[in-house]
Design a protein. Structure first.
Length: 222
């Protein structure tokens, strides 16, 4: 659950679009307008083109999209000019082209999504929340008193143990019991990112609301 659990304004997220490599100039312009581009080469290889911030770092939602594909750069330091370009392997390309299909209903490079984390809580039911040392120090007393189990993962990192598919700190009404002290991973999780959309799809069955509404409308017409 991110820093702002409820948003007064819809969250703006990038829209994925596919481009044949001969239209790479259009893809670059599209990324310049804030969208995410998948550039398809004649041999089927796919490259992701993602916007950078002015300081040359990969913009946050781009980093999270690549992270969800295990393709995020090791460092978040500035590493070039122009869009960030990542050549994808076959499985990563399949996922990105699926996101392009999902987003085909959206006309522009950005999409406004009304999100309410308290009503949603999907990422508190579908996540692997790793605790950093600062989290353990900050949460020590809280974790000791609320009985939320902890464990170490295969890489030796301490993490929250979800029980029956939920974080033990998630109250039935959707609030986080330790909201003001919650782990950094929860604070930094961005609404509207690909992991957010994946959690909503996995937990709530929502594959991007507009697409779902259109599917329902078409079912009603048949
Ligand atoms: S999945 Fe997204 S919208 Fe839902 S609670 Fe998490 S950050 Fe908020
Ligand atoms: S600690 Fe649990 S309930 Fe709280 S924000 Fe993180 S995952 Fe959600």
């Amino acid at each position: 659950m991110s820093d702002a659990a409820r948003f007064d304004e819809p969250v703006s997220r990038p829209v994925w679009r596919r481009f044949a490599v001969r239209f790479v100039d259009r893809a670059l312009a599209y990324v310049g307008d804030g969208g995410f581009a998948a550039v398809v080469h004649p041999d089927g290889a796919v490259e992701a083109l993602l916007p950078r911030r002015e300081d040359g770092t990969l913009a946050s939602l781009g980093w999270w999209a690549l992270a969800s594909l295990d393709a995020a750069p090791a460092s978040r330091d500035p590493d070039g000019a122009g869009p960030h370009r990542t050549r994808l392997d076959a499985l990563q390309a399949e996922a990105v082209l699926d996101w392009c299909d999902r987003d085909a209903v959206h006309p522009g490079p950005r999409r406004a999504m009304p999100l309410d984390c308290v009503a949603c809580t999907a990422c508190c039911q579908d996540a692997h929340v790793v605790l950093e040392a600062a989290d353990v120090e900050r949460l020590g007393a809280v974790l000791g008193s609320n009985g939320a189990p902890l464990a170490r993962d295969a890489e030796g990192r301490l993490h929250l143990v979800f029980v029956d598919g939920r974080c033990p700190n998630l109250e039935v009404a959707g609030a986080c019991r330790i909201y003001s002290e919650r782990p950094d991973a929860c604070r930094e999780f961005p609404p509207g990112s690909e992991p957010c959309l994946a959690a909503r799809e996995e937990t709530l069955g929502l594959r991007d609301e507009v697409a779902d509404e259109e599917a329902l409308a078409s079912e009603e017409c048949n």
